[in-house]
Design a protein around this ligand. Structure first.
Ligand SMILES: [Zn+2]
Ligand SMILES: [Zn+2]
Length: 291
């Protein structure tokens, strides 16, 4: 093994560049350690996070900006994520000499192989450094809770559960100098007492008096942009569905526009005046048979 050099193994690549200034040293010239290290091209990236945002149906219909608040851990500004008190620096871990891992090797003389076992350093948990004077702002954790207000652009007709990716707004890297993960904003439509959303269609229950169901009527029905006049034909049955074309949501991507569906409920009177009772009695006397 002793015959290998950096140049032999990697053709003279500048390791400082690749490993971003990590304390990289071949030392005894073990290629195993070289390959192990090569997988890491810098400090680990922070994790991605998800937040849910509930927006009005009007916002889904028009698209546009929506403000969201989120609490996420951020790199501590006082110590720049190192966890060490200002003016001090983390100390190189003595146990692992700053490498973050321990390498034990033994030679199996019978098989003529070198066996290497690499473990994470138990003293610094793989960080390669220990903190003597913790940062008072973050108690040495290197992270603080940060409340942030972000403006996200909701696409017109955004589907239920659609994820919007915001690069760099995720968790900070667990290591100083690493890049943040991404934030995924999951868009949902807010509950609306007027409508239920079904894809790009809207559903609404409209309850009308029995007389309107029998004789027909004109209803003033709310929509996302005002109201429309809807004709209920005479003889409309309970649970009949009327379609109001084009009064749903635009589909994401603008392929089509959804409709508004009205399910008709019929209110049967529970109390009758004397006159009403007489009229219903007369209707019953007519037999209710087909004419
Ligand atoms: Zn700090
Ligand atoms: Zn260590």
């Amino acid at each position: 093994m002793a015959g290998f050099s950096r140049e032999d193994l990697f053709g003279g690549i500048n390791f400082e560049d690749i490993f971003g200034g990590l304390n990289f040293d071949f030392g005894g010239g073990s290629p195993f350690e070289g390959f192990f290290r090569q997988r890491r091209t810098g400090p680990r990236r922070g994790e991605n996070i998800e937040v849910e945002v509930f927006v009005s149906l009007e916002r889904i219909a028009t698209g546009g900006e929506e403000k969201i608040r989120l609490n996420r851990p951020a790199s501590c500004p006082a110590c720049h994520g190192t966890g060490a008190k200002a003016g001090t620096a983390p100390l190189k871990c003595k146990t692992c000499d700053g490498t973050g891992r321990l390498t034990r090797s033994r030679r199996d003389d019978k098989e003529h192989v070198l066996i290497q076992q690499i473990t994470v350093c138990p003293d610094c948990h793989g960080q390669g450094s220990t903190i003597e004077h913790p940062c008072p702002e973050c108690q040495g954790r290197g992270k603080v809770a940060l409340e942030e207000s972000l403006t996200v652009k909701i696409p017109q007709g955004a589907d239920e559960g659609m994820a919007l990716r915001i690069p760099g707004k995720g968790m900070p890297s667990p290591e100083a100098g690493g890049v943040n993960g991404d934030l995924f904003v999951i868009v949902y439509s807010r509950r609306d007492p007027r409508f239920e959303r079904a894809g790009s269609d809207l559903l609404r229950l409209e309850t009308i008096p029995l007389t309107d169901a029998v004789l027909g009527a004109t209803l003033d029905v709310p929509t996302l942009d005002g109201s429309v006049s809807v004709t209920v034909p005479p003889g409309t049955q309970p649970d009949a569905v009327l379609r109001v074309k084009g009064k749903g949501l635009p589909a994401f991507g603008g392929a089509h526009h959804g409709d508004l569906y009205l399910r008709i409920g019929v209110r049967v009177p529970e109390r009758l005046s004397r006159q009403e009772r007489e009229l219903y009695e007369q209707l019953r006397a007519l037999g209710g048979k087909p004419h």
